[in-house]
Design a protein around this ligand. Structure first.
Ligand code: UDP
Ligand code: MG
Length: 334
């Protein structure tokens, strides 16, 4: 009974669906994106809003977005004061969304808006999070696919939160879960982890990820490695545990080996030799120590950033536009 009434409240207005779109210098694709998205939203019998978040674009993207209109959806335009990164832009969008279901989608048309109805159907079946899993990644290099695979397996070995493989930020999240995510106090927003952290009832739909419509990916390998380190260190302390275990193994083997060397010297004496083995052991230990100190630094850096308690993003401007023709449920049915 409770389930039925909650489903009914989901169907009824005001806003059923929010589509959150962070964009950074996407003037070449935004018009096509908006056209495709509104085409899909117009076919829905739900009320919807589009939340565009300008992540400090330096091109013409923002004036394009401000000129957009829609027959059935209202449009919110948020502009951040500079480029804060996609994770922060998404957080801003989630915080300003009001829909009962929220979908995060990239502006470059790699995530096809045509899948939105299928996501809504899953949500209506009672799922709180609908993850969109890339079964194929078109237009991405062999190296990018391979490094993504290595990253996901490493992340899942290391992380205490189960982060689904090949699921990007394209997903549907129910209001209740969005509210929990908005309330998370941490500054380090590794969104793939944050989206998975609350749990709730999850569904996964496979889809083929299209190549970028045009323009360039905003990620280079340098940034991706940074994101991978962020992902692991913000969701797990297992690397620290691994360093401790490694230290224990090395220290106990060194102790045993020390015993062996001392007894051998006492029994048989020791002519001065063994320079190469000494050098190898010293270099290996030096390397391990440096890696471990770096690892500690990563976590201390994270604590440093968290303690500053700076806001995730600053909003420079905000505007809201109603639907040109607000379609009510009864009109739609007539
Ligand atoms: N994006 C953003 N801020 C950034 C980088 C990217 O808002 O600092 C947006 C970008 O405009 C796009 C989405 O995030 O809508 C995904 O970016 P991109 O296509 O460059 O990433 P990829 O698909 O290669 O992972
Ligand atoms: Mg992309």
């Amino acid at each position: 009974m409770g389930k039925i009434s909650s489903v009914q409240s989901r169907i009824s207005p005001p806003t059923t669906l929010s589509v959150v779109v962070p964009y950074f210098n996407e003037e070449s694709v935004l018009c096509e994106f908006h056209a495709r998205l509104t085409r899909v939203l117009d076919t829905l019998s739900d009320t919807s809003e589009i939340v565009y978040v300008n992540d400090g674009s330096t091109d013409n993207s923002q004036s394009l977005v401000e000129s957009f209109s829609s027959h059935t959806s209202s449009i919110k335009c948020i502009a951040l004061s500079r480029n804060f990164g996609k994770e922060s832009a998404l957080s801003a969008g989630l915080a300003h969304s009001s829909g009962l279901a929220v979908i995060a989608i990239d502006a470059d048309l790699q995530d096809p808006p045509e899948l939105i109805p299928a996501m809504l159907t899953k949500w209506r079946e009672g799922f709180d999070v609908v993850n969109m899993q890339r079964s194929e990644r078109l237009g991405e290099s062999w190296l990018k696919k391979k490094s993504a695979a290595v990253f996901y397996s490493l992340l899942n070995i290391m992380s205490q939160t189960d982060i689904p493989e090949n699921v990007g930020d394209f997903r549907l999240i129910a209001r209740e879960v969005v509210d929990h995510i908005n309330a998370l106090p941490e500054r380090n927003r590794y969104m793939k982890g944050i989206f998975s952290w609350p749990g709730f009832k999850q569904a996964t739909l496979p889809f083929t990820r299209d190549p970028r419509f045009c323009g360039e990916s905003k990620w280079n390998y340098f940034k991706l490695v940074g994101l991978a380190i962020d992902g692991i260190t913000s969701f797990s302390i297992r690397p620290l545990r691994a360093a401790t275990v490694l230290g224990l193994i090395i220290a106990s083997s060194a102790f045993l080996y020390g015993l062996f060397v001392v007894s051998k010297t006492l029994l048989f004496g020791e002519p001065v030799s063994g320079y190469p083995s000494l050098m190898v052991v010293q270099l290996a230990l030096g390397g391990i120590q440096l890696i471990t100190i770096g690892l500690l630094g990563e976590y201390i850096g994270r604590i440093f950033i968290e303690t500053k308690q700076r806001p995730l993003y600053l909003i420079q401007s905000y505007s809201e536009k109603g639907a040109v023709h607000k379609q009510t449920l009864s009109e739609k049915r007539a």
